[in-house]
Design a protein around this ligand. Structure first.
Ligand code: MV4
Length: 453
């Protein structure tokens, strides 16, 4: 039985995990860096241990120190949250070998999905549609050009060790292909220590739609519907919603089945996400799986009423999922706006500093997941997300109107945030119409005067 959990993370997700543990009667241990002494997760956990300096590489990425803290405090399990060590197969393995439960999938599943070419081949063999492209990685340029021609331009070159949009290059003809192929390989080698790349047909202006998976250690794999994450900028998502305004119930059923098949192919356990690209005609293609809880998980929680963090803990404890696919009801529409300490008028430059005044919205259908408060200083060392506003209601229209209302109530003084940007998007006809693809943000910024922010 899990009685005490170490939370190997910071910020809002650390708080989110503490809240789930409290309700389950599980004790919590926070670990923190020297820059996070005044953080809420440190104050609200039952115990806290400082694990190093402000830089992530000196603290939240130090597997050795985190496992030492786990042993000193005698915890039963580690929740990695998202980012940091959450998709590190070695860390999951170290936890396993120290007899500490890693609240996530088995290291074997992380490894399969961590290599994007292996992931693609694994799900393709299981009958899930993938983007037409090379059979696995290619290192020979002459052979690569042949493959690119056969697929037909434009093509996209992706790093095997990449994911989340890092290490990708697009080529429109033989000449640009030769150049981008080398750039992609060099960048991948530098960024990941692995220069292997593979090639795919480039899908223009796709929607980015992902399915939430929940799987137990007894072979049950369920999906909890989709999230449309098409509104993103430089591979940073800004808005996520469920259900997707684009999917028909027929397409949703097909994609849900494919998502379950993909997870089963990796013998997946715990919470995970299957990412698809969807083209204008409704063709969908698996692109990758995220083997962790995601930032946008509350959207699914508000639509289904299922607490994903609690389910992660139950599954890690060896319990069976207490419901079946048919029991999951998709009753609400939910929209999440990521609140970042950034200046949208200055090319989204980070805006760290002290929050002089903080007032979060509330009321019917409003949820705010955040670790900040009046007087809190945002450290410059970590990502800029300082909160998530999730608004939900019986229809998309209600969720949209509620989002605008809540954003108007949200007061954050002393720093720049993405709140005014979100207000402009919530009143933009293209977004309101449900027409946003992954090309949306670039178009929106080009036609919107920045003095609005
Ligand atoms: C693609 C694609 C088009 N065609 N793959 C972005 C996130 C990562 N998980 C995969 N991504 C993409 N993969 C194929 N075959 C378009 C994206 C993509 C994208 C690519 C380049 C620049 C901006 C982008 C924005 C969203 C999605």
């Amino acid at each position: 039985m899990i009685q005490k959990i170490l939370i190997a993370n910071r910020g809002e997700i650390a708080l989110r995990i503490i809240r789930a543990c409290r309700e389950l009667g599980i004790k919590t241990l926070a670990v923190y860096s020297e820059a996070d002494v005044q953080s809420l997760h440190v104050q609200l956990a039952d115990e806290a241990i400082c694990i190093g300096g402000p830089k992530s590489s000196d603290s939240y990425l130090r597997a050795d120190r985190i496992i030492s803290a786990a042993e000193i405090a005698d915890v039963d399990a580690i929740h990695p949250g998202y980012g940091f060590l959450s998709e590190n197969a070695k860390f999951a393995e170290q936890c396993e070998s120290c007899n500490i439960k890693f609240i996530g999938p088995k290291s074997k599943s992380i490894r399969i999905m961590g290599d994007k070419a292996v992931a693609k081949e694994t799900v393709r063999k299981a009958g899930v549609s993938t983007v037409p492209g090379s059979d696995g990685p290619i290192d020979n340029e002459a052979e690569a050009v042949k493959v690119a021609r056969k697929i037909g331009y434009p093509v996209i070159i992706k790093a095997v060790a990449g994911g989340g949009g890092r290490g990708m290059r697009i080529a429109h003809n033989d000449v640009s292909f030769a150049k981008e192929f080398h750039v992609a390989r060099n960048e991948a080698e530098k960024a990941f220590g692995n220069g292997a790349v593979y090639i795919e047909k480039y899908i223009e202006k796709p929607r980015h739609i992902e399915f939430q998976i929940l799987a137990d250690s007894h072979g049950k794999v369920l999906h909890l519907g989709e999230r449309d994450c098409s509104v993103q900028r430089r591979h940073q998502k800004l808005i996520e919603e469920s259900p997707s305004p684009f999917l028909t119930s027929d397409l949703r059923k097909k994609m849900g089945k494919a998502a379950i098949k993909a997870a089963e192919a990796a013998e997946y356990q715990n919470a995970g996400t299957i990412e698809f690209l969807v083209d204008a005609k409704g063709n969908f293609y698996f692109i990758e799986m995220n083997t962790r809880i995601q930032v946008e998980h509350p959207v699914t929680e508000e639509v289904t009423g299922i607490d994903l963090i609690k389910q992660q803990i139950h599954v890690a404890n060896g319990e069976k999922l207490g419901f079946d696919q048919g029991d999951i009801k998709f009753e609400k529409h939910a929209i999440e706006c990521r609140i970042n300490a950034e200046d949208p008028a200055r090319n989204f430059a980070p805006s760290p500093g002290t929050i002089s005044l903080y007032y979060a919205p509330g009321g019917h259908g409003v949820r705010v997941d955040s670790h900040v408060y009046s007087g809190y200083t945002i450290p410059p060392y970590y990502d800029s997300m300082i909160g998530k506003l999730i608004c939900y209601g019986s229809t998309r229209k209600v969720a949209l109107q509620r989002s605008y209302r809540a954003l108007s109530e949200y007061l954050i003084r002393g720093i720049k945030t993405t709140i005014p940007l979100h207000k402009a998007i919530m009143s933009d006809p293209v977004f309101i119409d449900g027409k946003a693809t992954t090309a949306y943000m670039e178009d929106f910024m080009s036609r919107t005067p920045t003095d609005l922010f």
